[in-house]
Design a protein around this ligand. Structure first.
Ligand code: SF4
Length: 445
């Protein structure tokens, strides 16, 4: 939560000199609170007040960047405990472990696979974010050099010996890897490596209170961009700690916890790993590092993440218009749906599955699904008819039949009227999954 105008006013000189361009200190404080002015416009503010105001106006959870260029991963800078209060801004980075002792070719292949993995869902491209290299001594040093040279994917270097970490950083620090990890035993040395190379540093405790101590020591030693690991590995404990850390950062502005977190699901099989990682994505993990690379597991995680990190005020939507599925012609069916991405891409998939090429008229309903749009009067007979005419659907087909989603069958009579009885309205299936059999049977007949 930001400072109020009165909080800021208490720290100002209260001389009303006007040198800031505003007649009074109170007016200037109000402008600052609304982010319409910056503190350096007041030449008389004391160093003490400056430090207090700058500290208090810093984001409760710092934005931390790992990697460089287009593939850099940004985590943190979250402002709410619950997504519906506002939104979550920086999606959990999904990382995959890479054993630094792998033979060179295998290691290169695994890092490349992490960098290249991609899925498409509801019109968005979903990717993995980070490769976590774990190994001892020379093996980690060499793996870090190879991975940085071969791929743009950001890296985590996992080793707790400062000497090994220093050597590994020598070969890849310009790629800004995450150093993992500073602990109570090595925090000063690891923090000074982070400071020297300008890299983010993961700090790990045995529990939340020791984590706070390590975090404070790392900051005192000059590390500025931290990532927090509470040390827990049992799911219930991880979730409790993730929640406690987020609460302390947002509600208490507890500075040692004002950073994003990292989690390591540990499970005996991949299904359990996917379940743990999904839970951590939902409960605040800045990064979740898994061991598996199977497509089903990755798709599960990127899908969960996409759902959690979609702005609840702005549903994902597509442009309205007439879409071609397959290679439709003048005899192909015409279906109508809304522009909520999930609805459209489900319809698209089911039409493709039917193997009947079709035209799909997409109506802008501000990203809402069929029933929601109908209830909100954004998917009415008048609106659909207007779009059918505006998109000149009649010029694409010779027949005059249009298929309405079964859930809004009630609109069929009115829609025929609005289309001047030139079109016959067919009521399609209620669920999109019924489209393949509908097109293959009812439509074909
Ligand atoms: S310059 Fe500073 S002291 Fe003068 S009015 Fe503005 S805020 Fe107050």
């Amino acid at each position: 939560m930001g400072l109020t105008g009165l909080d800021i006013f208490k720290q100002l000189p209260k001389t009303n000199c006007g040198d800031c361009g505003v007649p009074t200190c109170l007016a200037f404080a109000m402008k600052l609170a609304q982010k319409q002015a910056s503190l350096d416009q007041c030449p008389h503010v004391s160093e003490e007040a400056k430090a207090a105001l700058e500290g208090a106006s810093a984001p409760p959870i710092k934005l931390v960047t790992i990697g460089v260029g287009d593939r850099k991963l940004e985590i943190g800078n979250e402002t709410v405990l619950f997504r519906h209060e506002e939104t979550f801004y920086h999606p959990t980075g999904i990382g995959v472990l890479v054993d630094a002792s792998l033979p060179e070719e295998e290691l290169k292949k695994r890092v490349a696979a992490i960098g290249e993995a991609r899925f498409e869902r509801v019109g968005q491209e979903l990717r993995l974010d980070i490769a976590a290299l774990k190994g001892e001594g020379e093996q980690l040093v060499e793996a870090a050099r190879l991975a940085a040279a071969e791929s743009a994917v950001p890296l985590i270097l996992m080793n707790e010996d400062p000497e090994t970490m220093g050597q590994a950083l020598a070969g890849c620090a310009e790629k800004r890897p995450l150093i993992y990890a500073a602990t109570a035993e090595n925090v000063e040395a690891m923090a000074s490596l982070a400071k020297e190379h300008g890299c983010p540093l993961a700090v790990r405790g045995e529990d939340v209170s020791s984590l706070a101590e390590v975090s404070e020591k790392a900051q005192a030693a000059g590390a500025t961009d931290l990532v927090l690991d509470s040390g827990a590995r049992r799911p219930a404990e991880v979730l409790a700690n993730e929640t406690a850390i987020r609460r302390a950062a947002l509600r208490k502005r507890f500075r040692p916890f004002g950073f994003p977190t990292i989690t390591f699901p540990e499970a005996e099989d991949r299904l359990e790993e996917a379940i743990q990682a999904s839970s951590y994505i939902m409960k605040y993990a800045g990064i979740a590092v898994i061991g598996g690379m199977e497509a089903w597991e990755l798709l599960t995680l990127v899908t969960v993440r996409q759902n959690v990190y979609t702005d609840p005020q702005k549903p994902i939507q597509i442009e309205e218009g007439v879409y071609e599925i397959g290679t439709p012609d003048e005899k192909s069916p015409v279906l109508v749906t809304t522009n909520f991405s999930l609805t459209y891409f489900t319809v698209e998939g089911d039409v493709e599955a039917s193997r009947v090429p079709a035209w799909v008229v997409v109506v802008d309903t501000e990203g809402t699904s069929v029933l929601t749009a109908w209830a909100a009067e954004k998917f009415t007979a008048e609106i659909i008819a207007e779009k059918v005419k505006a998109f000149e659907v009649g010029s694409k087909v010779k027949h005059r039949k249009i298929i309405l989603p079964g859930y809004v069958a009630v609109l069929s009579g009115k829609l025929e009227e609005e289309l001047s009885d030139e079109w016959q309205v067919l009521v399609g299936p209620r669920e999109s999954s019924g489209i393949p059999s509908f097109l293959r049977t009812s439509w074909s007949q």
